[in-house]
Design a protein around this ligand. Structure first.
Ligand code: ZN
Length: 302
């Protein structure tokens, strides 16, 4: 331990001397490294958000219609303003229209039901749940059920599920079980914005969807950091592909965070293998389609 510390100090002093000579260069490279690190971190949150907590990866699920909310259950009039505000925060970041359902108009497609506290339950359990129908593709209906004692802490999180994002990433997101903030993080805002861009189609498989996020992050990097950003994004996607390939072969495992959350099930993992095979087939079909359109568009350039 102490040996490493000494070695590190020596390394630092050499770096410091070098930096004194080429200060601007060193600052630029440190910054670029941070940029690439941030890209990896953000992509990790995005990638983990594609995983159902039981252990399988899911295609994109999103709304096409404006969302009409109704509230029911225990003291719903009292809880409504808070719940509506949380739902609106998420809808606003996604650029989606969300209103309270008009009793005289079309029926609600997002139902929120408040239930009294279940005092027989203690410790870690799911006091709030969200059920999306269907689970992937264009969302038609959603029901959020929230226990009264938990709703202040869970509604923003459930609103993210309601909008279509299924997973529980480890990193900086309101979807994390280990979240340190009670608001949407910059990563959440980014995820919602890209999720509801036209590039992300309902039913789109996780890998091509991940590629859309990666491209956005690379495009946002300053010119000087672009090569590092591209490398970090490509490396992340390569690892995601390798992970799915090994799961498809019955060897690999979903992201570590799913194990830490103790929510994996044997059925979920078995489904994980099928979903990984499906995701790979979809990614290959997408790549083949792209190849075809490139051939058609630029026959002479290749
Ligand atoms: Zn959740």
């Amino acid at each position: 331990m102490s040996m490493f510390a000494r070695g590190d100090r020596k390394g630092s002093s050499i770096r410091a001397a070098a930096c004194a000579a080429f200060l601007a260069l060193c600052l630029a490279s440190a910054h670029a490294r941070a940029g690439a690190g941030e890209i990896t971190e953000t992509l990790n949150v995005v990638w983990e958000a594609f995983w159902q907590q039981q252990g399988y990866v899911q295609p994109v699920s999103k709304w096409r219609d404006p969302i009409r909310v109704s509230f029911s259950g225990a003291s719903f009039e009292r809880h409504k303003p808070f719940a509506l505000e949380q739902l609106r925060n998420v809808a606003r970041a996604a650029g989606l229209e969300l209103t309270e359902a008009d009793p005289a108009g079309p029926p609600a497609n997002l139902e929120v039901e408040f239930v009294p506290d279940d005092l027989t339950r203690v410790g870690f359990y799911f006091a709030c749940r969200t059920l999306r129908t269907p689970a992937a593709g264009v969302i038609r209906r959603v029901k959020i059920t929230a226990e009264e004692r938990s709703l202040r802490g869970c509604l923003l999180h459930e609103a993210m599920h309601a909008i279509g994002i299924a997973g529980h990433p480890r990193g900086a997101s309101i979807l994390s079980y280990y979240r340190g903030s009670s608001g949407l993080t910059p990563t959440d805002e980014f995820m919602l914005k890209v999720w509801y861009s036209d590039e992300l189609k309902p039913g789109m498989s996780a890998l091509p969807a991940l590629a859309v996020f990666a491209r956005r992050l690379v495009e946002a990097a300053p010119d000087a950091e672009r090569p590092q950003a591209e490398r970090a994004a490509a490396q992340f996607q390569y690892q995601a592909l390798a992970q799915l390939e090994s799961i498809a072969l019955g060897r690999g495992e979903p992201p570590r965070i799913l194990f830490q959350s103790s929510t994996l099930t044997p059925a979920g993992l078995a489904r994980g293998r099928l979903e990984a095979q499906r995701a790979l087939a979809a990614a290959k079909a997408e790549a083949a389609g792209l190849e075809k359109s490139l051939n058609a568009a630029t026959p002479a350039d290749r």
